[in-house]
Write a protein that binds this ligand. Sequence first.
Ligand SMILES: Nc1ncnc2c1ncn2[C@@H]1O[C@H](COP(=O)(O)OP(=O)(O)O)[C@@H](O)[C@H]1O
Ligand SMILES: [Mg+2]
Length: 256
Amino acid sequence: MIQLSHVSQVFAGRQGQVHALDDIDLEVRRNEFVTLVGRSGCGKSTMLRMIAGLLTPTSGTVTVAGEPVTKPRRDVSFMFQRPALLPWRPVLENVLLPVEILGLDRDSHRRRAHELLELVGLAGFEKRLPHELSGGMQQRVSLCRSLIQNPNVLLMDEPFSALDALTREELSVELQRIRMEQETTIVFVTHSIEEAVLLADRVVVLSARPGRLRRIVEVDIPRPRTLGHNAHADRVTEVSAELHELLMPVRTGETA
Ligand SMILES: Nc1ncnc2c1ncn2[C@@H]1O[C@H](COP(=O)(O)OP(=O)(O)O)[C@@H](O)[C@H]1O
Ligand SMILES: [Mg+2]
């Protein structure tokens, strides 16, 4: 579904060049859930922006559904760390924003908007304004908005990182449930190992700047997953420990 081949990115900064990503090769399969982890500044957001068609790589190619990405696509949606809702629009109208922008049929999408809001536990909040909602509820609205156009690809850049730990876990569980109902290829950036293990089919670990592909870890734990006591707790701990090792600074004498 998504293919990055020999992708590198060099930014011309004020203090000289910043080599953000180096020679990334990655394939994300259709309906796969990939999380992208790595230290701050290793190029995670840069990678998402390239897939979204918001940034052209310095070298290499990015394709979505077999087509080179040159500009944003309709079937790819992006969810950010902050909900960025329009403050004067009620919840339902915020969810329907992409429908207006893309000129899609309003009636059928209105039904879908109600379904999505119900899925994230916001039935009955359609007429509320964003400031009347908690941060977690606002981010749920934002999630519905990114799903309303039924995207083939959903790119999520640390979408839950501004929320408290419990709300974050709750949303991760909801996202898994939504994904069972609506198949979408997801690339999810996080710096939380727990979140990565909870959500991913595969975790892509990037090395510190310039971001290089350090390791891809398969997460073969049955869903739905939770962080609490469950039959797979041992496996969750094991994968988390592996990721932790990969993300810790390399000690002197070792090679990355
Ligand atoms: N538009 C830009 N111009 C110059 N440098 C940039 C730009 N965007 C990102 N960078 C730099 O590229 C590196 C990777 O950034 P980013 O992808 O945002 O990292 P991450 O999301 O992993 O924290 C950082 O050093 C950042 O400062
Ligand atoms: Mg980032």
